[in-house]
Design a protein around this ligand. Structure first.
Ligand code: 2AM
Ligand code: CA
Length: 289
């Protein structure tokens, strides 16, 4: 690339990141200020799939901020899509026709938020022609802001994040979730849990997929897997993990892309062991027959 093309890219990439950070921080502050005030609790896809007026308000706030700066960009937000895997796959396919797509989860870990369990986050990613170029995850409870830029590394409060060094499952701390979809995703995830729990140092389940991904990036977790997630739970975290030296794939080991719903993220060193274990447990979420 010659200098003439290079300069505008650097400038705009910086402003994308600045807008993502600003939106996540502003929404995070507002969400935190509303903690404990949720009046109306609704369910979406299942009785475990919660949404509040705070999710909706935060998404509106983030949409407005992004569109002020980039009026011709598309936005895929959790609260703008009908519940369920089919609708979310369709919405993703539709928006990815646009050149620039922002992928937003205004509150990842709504159940935690509603209960006052301080492990929830705001996740914002920007994809250019289907490739994630910016990923930001903000944890208002700890005031931790995780930022990744494609090819430029990942940071938490200006300090580079690096994945952990474990090379065996035996020494690994692994996270997973208990999916809200109790007919498909939950039983498969439980089969994986049953098989993996005796093989690893221990299992954690914090309740925010995005924060689990950020923790893999920061070396606080060795790995994370879960069945039945959506693009907005994973997009920002996927870039954080790869820019921190880790690996992200689907549960069969195929490289991560935005349509992946069954995820494995790790420090890289234990990745194939984790994928193999899920395969043996018949817990990948993909039909093996
Ligand atoms: P949420 O709080 O944004 O809904 C916990 O296992 C993880 O699963 C959280 O990141 C949560 O995100 C997500 N989650 C909750 N309900 C879901 C659903 N019906 N489909 C997919 N992911 C869901
Ligand atoms: Ca959400």
């Amino acid at each position: 690339m010659d200098d003439k093309n290079k300069v505008p890219y650097v400038v705009s990439s910086k402003s994308y990141t600045a807008v993502a950070i600003n939106a996540a921080a502003k929404a995070g502050e507002w969400i935190k200020s509303r903690l404990g005030t949720v009046k109306e609790l609704n369910t979406k896809y299942s009785a475990q799939d919660l949404v509040t007026e705070v999710d909706k308000g935060a998404e509106q706030m983030i949409r407005k901020l992004i569109l002020t700066h980039f009026p011709d960009h598309a936005i895929l937000g959790e609260e703008g899509v009908e519940p369920g895997p089919k609708a979310s796959a369709q919405a993703l396919e539709e928006t990815l026709k646009e050149e620039y797509v922002w992928i937003v989860d205004p509150v990842d870990g709504t159940t935690n938020y509603v209960h006052g369990f301080p492990f929830y986050s705001i996740s914002i990613a920007l994809a250019h022609k289907g490739e994630i170029i910016v990923g930001v995850i903000y944890d208002p409870s700890r005031d931790e802001l995780f930022v990744a830029e494609k090819g430029k590394g990942a940071y938490v409060h200006g300090k580079p994040t690096v994945v952990s060094g474990e090379v065996t499952l035996e020494t690994s701390l692994i996270a997973t979730g208990f999916p809200a979809d109790q007919t498909f995703a939950l039983p498969i995830n439980m089969a994986g849990l049953q098989h993996l729990a005796p093989q690893v140092r221990n299992i954690r389940s914090g309740g925010s997929a995005a924060l689990h991904m950020a923790y893999v990036a920061a070396g606080r977790l060795t790995g994370f897997w879960e069945i039945g997630l959506n693009a907005w739970d994973l997009a920002a975290g996927a870039l954080l993990v790869t820019e921190s030296g880790g690996t992200v794939s689907d549960t069969t080991g195929r490289p991560y892309e935005l349509s992946v719903r069954h995820i494995v993220a790790s420090n890289g060193a234990i990745h194939s062991q984790l994928v193999n274990a899920l395969q043996i447990a018949d817990a990948t979420g993909y039909d093996s027959h």
